[in-house]
Design a protein around this ligand. Structure first.
Ligand code: HEM
Length: 562
């Protein structure tokens, strides 16, 4: 009897070990073997863990990029390492990358299963970010026109309105030093949520709480679970520990919220807040080549994806831009001179005028080079594919997952002169031709990825960054406080400063005629409630109209006088 139990036990354990080996170890090992046989350098193959323990050590010391840098120095521009059960083939050569991302070969690569598995609870499976193949192609074709400049132009007012509100709140804040990284992240979240959800985001009482807290908490819990490898093991991921309740609660709240917004808009109970279609209108109106609309499920998921993909990345970009300005006085003064010239007297930017901000735009591009908010992205090979550069050629096996480290590519001396120097002038457009200098390679600059799965929101993000940058330098002085604060990079989904960006912000008092008039007008408006009649204000405004034209208070003044 005992022997029978023992032998059954041994058989069961052997079957279990075999299944584990077959499912979790063998596939990775095979990929290692195929790539190693082609001469690709590999870190040692360690089942289940790979180089994860070492990565953890580096993470603890806040040196994740150092880990990647050291591997690149050791192995060169193509090599393998193990991230838990998932091997990663790192490729840092622009020629090889062009073979992977280029449209001609896009059908050979998908978004990897582990990424899909992680984000599924929050955004589902049917959306641009993680869908694949025909489903992705259809959605992309339907949504591309939404990011046409005509639509973006009409969203500029959402960007300027929210930026003014944030600046005013920051200037009124009584706090000594403000965490600008957090404030900019909230600002970009508000902008994308208002663009995606219209007036509901402003009027539904708990909209901010749901989007700014539940959604962010769920996302944070997902990232923590990823770092703990919880999502790599299917059984573990279902256990009610390690923040699972936060993920479930946040996802449910966010999904219910988006559902009610879609229903309201469909039934005409709410409208958008820009002159043309907002993102929700675009989702509702989009049709495929057979005249079919998105289903409610798809609309819900796409709206969530825009909020997910659109806020943190742009918020972090803005924080890095502010950091650059605060640590490079000459860059700040170049931006400010340009803004004062192009947008005099606190003038509010319009889509057309933003085009004239050549220096600001170049500062944004250079910040994206040195501090790309999305420093890595991944692709999984689904069809064996040969990639080549002038002196090497490799066959990528099915299921190999490729990791592209944008941060390191953007700092390679092979592609960039003075790679570590912040030099925005390398991006300046020629004043006559309007063209920028050619890059050393079309695939050496990838802040928004490239090819058929590049960032659909890049023009939205660049426009938003220009609006926020211009309005901040136009209206505020800002400096780091404390001056010697620790700006250590932390990489979760995006790359940000681990401890925030603490800043003192003050109103610019240029003492120029128009800013004095603007101040007088502001005082006058305050006085409206005390002594002045509407008629007196209108009279004052009419006699000073030329002086205040273009001032930041012009919109408010108009709304009072109406
Ligand atoms: C500075 C800001 C931004 C950066 C650096 C950025 C970067 C990226 C990158 C690198 C990808 C490719 C990711 C991958 O392949 O795994 C991507 C995809 C995407 N981004 Fe952005 N993004 C930004 C802003 C935005 C905004 C504002 C939106 C929405 C309005 C947006 C929506 C998306 C979507 C939907 C995708 C998936 C596209 C597809 O696969 O077809 N992004 N972004």
């Amino acid at each position: 009897m005992f022997l029978q139990i023992l032998s059954t036990f041994v058989i069961l354990i052997s079957v279990l070990i075999f299944i584990i080996y077959w499912k979790l170890i063998r596939p990775g090992k095979q990929i290692y073997n195929i790539l190693r046989a082609q001469g690709i350098p590999c870190e040692p193959f360690i089942p289940f863990l790979g180089q994860l323990p070492r990565l953890y050590q580096y993470r603890k010391q806040n040196k994740i990029m150092k880990f990647h840098e050291e591997l690149c120095t050791k192995h060169g521009s193509i090599f393998m390492f193990g991230l838990g059960i998932y091997p990663r083939l790192v490729i840092q050569d622009a020629d090889l990358i062009s073979d992977i991302l280029g449209r001609a070969h896009a059908q050979n690569y998908y978004k990897p299963i582990d990424l899909i598995f992680r984000l599924k609870p929050l955004i589902g499976l049917h959306n641009l970010l993680i869908s694949n193949g025909n489903e992705h192609e259809r959605a992309r074709k339907m949504l591309n026109p939404g990011f046409h400049f005509e639509n973006l132009r009409s969203m500029v007012s959402i960007m300027t309105d929210h930026t003014i509100k944030t600046i005013n709140e920051l200037l009124e804040s009584r706090e000594e030093s403000i965490n600008l990284q957090k404030e900019l992240s909230l600002l970009t979240l508000t902008i994308i949520a208002s663009s995606a959800f219209g007036e509901n985001f402003e009027t539904i009482a708990n909209a901010r709480e749901i989007v700014c807290e539940a959604f962010i908490a769920a996302l944070d819990a997902i990232v923590n679970r990823t770092l703990l490898l919880i999502d790599q093991i299917p059984l573990f991921s279902r256990l009610p520990f390690w923040g699972k309740d936060i993920v479930d609660r946040g996802c449910e709240k966010a999904l219910n919220f988006v559902e009610s917004i879609i229903a309201d808009r469909k039934q005409g109970r709410t409208k958008n807040i820009c002159q043309r279609a907002d993102i929700l209108d675009l989702l509702l109106q989009a049709v495929d080549s057979h005249g079919k609309h998105f289903t409610d499920e798809e609309i819900r998921q796409e709206a969530m994806v825009f909020v997910l993909a659109g806020h943190q990345s742009t918020g972090d970009l803005m924080a890095w831009i502010m950091y650059v300005l605060m640590t490079n006085p000459s860059v700040l003064s170049a931006c400010r001179d340009e803004v004062d010239r192009v947008l005099p007297n606190g003038m509010i930017p319009t889509y057309e005028i933003l085009n004239d901000l050549n220096i600001c735009e170049s500062v944004i591009y250079e910040t994206l080079r040195l501090y790309p908010p999305i420093p890595f992205f991944v692709r999984q090979c689904i069809r064996e594919h040969v990639i080549s550069s002038p002196n090497q050629q490799f066959s990528i096996p099915v299921d190999a997952t490729i990791l592209i480290n944008t941060y390191l590519i953007h700092r390679q001396p092979k592609y960039w002169s003075r790679p570590l120097e912040f030099d925005y002038t390398r991006w300046m457009r020629d004043p006559i031709t309007g063209l920028r200098s050619k890059l050393a390679h079309p695939y050496c600059y990838l802040p928004f990825a490239a090819g058929s799965r590049n960032c659909i929101g890049q023009n939205f993000a660049l426009l938003e960054a220009k609006v926020i940058l211009a309005m901040f330098v136009q209206r505020c002085n800002f400096e780091l406080q404390p001056k010697n604060q620790d700006i250590t990079m932390d990489i979760r989904i995006t790359m940000r400063s681990k401890f925030g960006l603490f800043t003192i912000i003050e109103f610019i008092d240029k003492n120029s005629g128009s800013s004095i008039v603007a101040k007088k007008m502001a005082l006058l408006l305050e006085a409206k409630y005390l002594t002045f009649s509407d008629q007196q204000i209108a009279q004052y405004f009419n006699t000073h109209e030329n002086e205040v034209r273009g001032s930041c208070e012009l919109n408010i003044i108009h709304s009072f006088i109406k």
